[in-house]
Design a protein around this ligand. Structure first.
Ligand code: ZN
Length: 104
C-alpha cells in the first residue's frame, strides 16, 4: 500500500459549491504521511517520489468533501519545493503521467 502526503486547504467543492477544508492526498516528496499547508516546503528523505531539484512540478491529488462525499481531483503546483497553488483538476488533466506528477 502506497503512502501519501496530505495537503490541508480550504477550497470550494465543485459539487456542493460550499467551502470545505479538504485533505488532499498526493504522492510527491518523501512518502511518509507528511501534512502540509499552502506555502509549505516539501520534505525529502528515504522513500521519495520526484526530485528535490525539480523547479516547477504539478502533482495529481485527490480530496473528499465531508459535506457531500464528492471526491474531486486537484492539481498542486510546486515551485522550488514550495506548495504554491492548488486548483481543481479539469478534464484535460489526463495529461498526467502515471507517476502522479509532471515536470513543467
Ligand atoms: Zn461537496
Amino acid at each position: 500500500m502506497s503512502r501519501f502526503s496530505k495537503l490541508y486547504v480550504e477550497h470550494k467543492c465543485p459539487e456542493c459549491k460550499l467551502k470545505e477544508n479538504f485533505n488532499i492526498q498526493f504522492q510527491y516528496g518523501e512518502l511518509e504521511n507528511h501534512h502540509y499547508k499552502l506555502g509549505s516546503r516539501v520534505k525529502w528523505g528515504e522513500n521519495n517520489k520526484g526530485k528535490e531539484d525539480f523547479q516547477q512540478v504539478i502533482v495529481d491529488g485527490m480530496g473528499t468533501c465531508s459535506l457531500c462525499k464528492a471526491v474531486p481531483g486537484f492539481i498542486l503546483n510546486i515551485t522550488n519545493n514550495i506548495i504554491s497553488k492548488v486548483t481543481l483538476a479539469t478534464s484535460n488533466s489526463e495529461a498526467f503521467e502515471e507517476s502522479g506528477y509532471t515536470i513543467l
